[in-house]
Design a protein around this ligand. Sequence first.
Ligand code: ZN
Ligand code: ZN
Length: 412
Amino acid sequence: MQEYGELLQRYANVTVRVGLNLQPGQTLLVMAPVAGVEFVREVVKQAYGAGARHVYVDWEDEQVTKLRYQLEPEVALQEFPAWRVEQREQLAAQGAAFLTIHAGDPDLLLGVDARRIGAAKKAGLTALAKYREDIQNMRVSWLVVSIPTQPWAAKVFPEGTSAEQVARLWQAIFKATRVDGGDPVIAWGNHIKDLHEKANFLNEQRFKRLHYRGPGTDLKIELPERHLWISAESTNDQGTVFVPNMPTEEVFTLPYRTGVEGVVTSSMPLNHDGVLVENLSLTFRAGRVVDFSADSGYDTLKEILDADEGSRYLGEVALVPQNSPIANMGTLFYNTLFDENASCHLAIGSAYPVCLEGGAQMNREMLDQRGVNHSVMHVDFMIGSAQLNIDGETHDGRVVPVFRNGNWASQS
Ligand code: ZN
Ligand code: ZN
């Protein structure tokens, strides 16, 4: 059993070396909560150790963000500063890497007007459209990781003292990111290879459609021609391989925009901007959400779906088995990065063009023609459970079991 200090160093090491795969001379922008200062210092140190040219840190405090949502004049909420846009676009053009350290109080925005949050978020997403396109097309290296904060740890592990709660969340994060066993760089190499084999199997099958059946779910999802299943690794414009999410357990592709029919019900709550959306159900006709409900967080779900036309359609189809390290912990993390990697999920909103052969080189018009959804939103929600079965239907009419009782049907 290693000490916390050593585990923290290992975590920073896989962040810089495996996740970002930072190259000598490359600049790094870190977007981090003030609560993460200890981990950020370790990352900065290791980034320079890897040969970074500059390491910039953009600090954020969630209480300040909350104050803005509550107090800023309505009209100002819809503004996003051009200098922030320029910062991201300039760094992206220089081939910098982007690290987001995502950690927040899941209950932070309870009681804050969902419409005001929606307006501010939409302004940011719209202003950063070009940068986000670079990110979504994997033109630049990026990575999302998490660190515990006190309110988040207390939500996930309500028992014990504050210090114990944070320690337990660190333990869970170290386990989920494969930092607590043997050499984490070797562990990641093996894990990436396993996921790659699953993606290869699906890419060989080239399914026309997936059929999901589970409690509250009977959904058919058409897959576009020449879709690609992707796992762990991506390659940026310079040809550098990086892993954009840590942890990652998913193999994912995109749906054909107008080819989704039926009903799907979430199997775990969705935490969106601090609001918990529970038991959400979506009904699709020709790809569009024509009806929806939720036991809680209905207003937030409505804000998501009403953001633009694309937020009425799906953009991601991801497969995650029930027996993954995160799923096996049986913990609800109230954090999409962890929860989506414990469960099969779908995303409302934009699709990743890289999930289509040659998609990263296509313009918007071509992508529209090929059925690639487009939206300012990309919100993952969990649908996996031990009762979920998924069949793949081939173009010549064969039906191949893909998932049975929440796990891969064949361990091929
Ligand atoms: Zn996903
Ligand atoms: Zn997603």
